[in-house]
Ligand binder design. Structure first.
Ligand code: GLN
Length: 471
């Protein structure tokens, strides 16, 4: 690649580092070019809720003064708008936080900045990460850069679209039931959800605390790995985060499992045929592929819906309009009750629906019947995976059962929208690392999901890199 010509849409992390290191361009020049690109592309795509241009330019100039460049020196990133950046507007695409400025940095932001990355703006999303199309943003929908009539997926649709449109090489999203992998699949980019516990959630607005995880979008598995290496590790501010020793031996030979429960009714023919094509290519390379079974898969979506909405109802209680409410234009209220009603009335329909469902499921007498029962089913799902991982190193499936759909097509039908999560939620329930890699098909993009053993994220990335080469 010709580094002297600054084609921002083609640069990966490595090229940026060597381009700056060898003096072909400065971090400042790269950021200026990046904003030119953003300003021309984002008029069509609407991936950004806000831009952080002044701060980004200031940071780029700082990077240019360094003598040694850290691993992500000068790399422009988009951050989903539910991740806190100090003194920066952080809305989670909700009216209730429209004027909220974060008082501190999320741990992942501190780590990214230390590594030299430069945040160029905040990415659009479904309100509080609830949705699969980015149409639940209270502000505007994001469009799929590969076909502007289609949704980019969600809930991290803005970050995914920004990478797909060539505006930035990498982005950060969050994944509770597929919100990194599914938009990656819809936009034809790589999206990686690490194991639950590998990346600190401190400074991520909680949706469903036992499922949420932060992870990267990128144009290659290699770049996703660089970001993961920067953001991983334990954090005293997130009690569920852990330090995991990276194993010495990185397996080059591996066995893959294909679970029959992921190729069932509801998965579109085109998706199945693309994924099968890739599996055949993998087999031809001499990699062992065997059929496996995860018998409790059919209960995963119902189990997710209950656990997720219960945790959502608890987590959303903090948005009462007093602690995190509107700083400007606070609705006038006569009493505390009225304050609650007016402020909580600002939630969108999908958020309200989930608060109501979760509150119902947690109410006295129902807690055992729903939440506790779902937790038991979750254990069965976890055990299914454990058994399969005794035989294989990774599991390969489609990421999304459906192709990117038209904007407006499913927004009136929440159940159809929920069904689109059927293949991604099991990894969240079991806490597994999972990545979506684009299949090189013609037409609308199809993503290949590769799931690995809990905490074996590095191994999964190595396997994903091998598969990416074969595709
Ligand atoms: N689409 C899923 C949902 O609506 C996943 C959301 C997420 O991962 N944040 O719940």
């Amino acid at each position: 690649m010709n580094l002297e010509k600054l084609e921002v849409e083609k640069l990966g992390i490595e090229e940026i580092k060597s381009g700056i290191g060898q003096g072909f361009f400065s971090a400042n020049e790269l950021i200026v070019e990046t904003y030119k690109k953003i300003k021309s592309e984002d008029r069509k795509v609407s991936a950004f809720i806000s831009l952080t241009e002044d701060e980004a330019i200031r940071r780029a100039k700082e990077i240019d003064k360094l003598k040694n460049y850290p691993s992500m020196a000068g790399v422009p990133v988009v951050v989903k708008d539910n991740i806190l950046i100090k003194d920066t507007k952080t809305t989670a695409a909700s009216r209730i936080l429209e004027y909220f400025r974060a008082p501190y940095n999320a741990t992942v932001i501190k780590k990214m900045e230390k590594a030299g990355a430069i945040v160029v703006g905040k990415g659009n999303m479904d309100e509080f990460a609830m949705g699969g199309s980015t149409e639940n943003s209270a502000f505007f929908p994001t469009k799929n850069p590969l076909d502007l009539s289609k949704v980019p997926g969600g809930s991290s649709g803005g970050p995914a679209a920004a990478v797909a449109a060539g505006m930035v090489p990498v982005a950060l999203g969050s994944d509770t039931g597929g919100s990194i992998r599914q938009p990656a699949s819809f936009c034809g980019v790589v999206g990686f959800k690490p194991s639950y516990g590998r990346v600190s959630r401190h400074g991520l607005m909680a949706m469903s605390s036992s499922l949420d995880q932060i992870g990267p979008f990128a144009r290659s598995v290699k770049d996703a790995r660089v970001v993961f290496d920067v953001i991983k590790g334990s954090d005293p501010k997130d009690a569920t985060s852990l330090e995991i020793e990276e194993k010495e031996s990185k397996k080059k030979s591996f066995r893959l499992g294909i679970p029959k429960e992921y190729f069932v009714e509801g998965v579109e023919d085109e998706v199945v045929s693309e994924v099968r094509k890739v599996i055949r290519k993998i087999e031809k390379k001499g990699i062992e592929v065997e059929k496996v079974s995860l018998p409790h898969t059919e209960y995963a979506l119902a189990c997710y819906q209950i656990i997720m909405s219960c945790e959502v109802s608890a987590n959303m209680a903090r948005y009462d309009g007093i602690r995190y409410g509107l700083e400007v234009e606070r609705p006038e209220a006569e009493s505390i009750e009225e304050t609650y009603l007016k402020n909580r009335g600002l939630f969108g329909d999908e958020v309200k629906r989930r608060i109501i469902l979760g509150t119902f499921a947690l109410s006295s007498g129902y807690y055992e019947a729903y939440y506790m029962r779902a937790e038991k089913v979750r254990e069965l799902i976890r055990r299914d995976f454990e058994e399969v991982f005794e035989k294989v190193d990774a599991i390969v499936t489609p990421t999304s059962p459906i192709l990117p759909f038209n904007i407006g097509e499913k927004i009136e039908d929440p159940l159809a929208m929920y069904l689109a999560d059927m293949l991604t939620v099991p990894a969240n329930l079991a806490g597994l690392p999972a990545i979506s890699i684009p299949c090189k098909n013609e037409g609308l993009p199809v993503g290949l999901q590769v799931m690995g053993e809990r905490f074996e994220d590095e191994n999964l990335l190595t396997i994903a890199e091998e598969i990416e080469k074969i595709i």
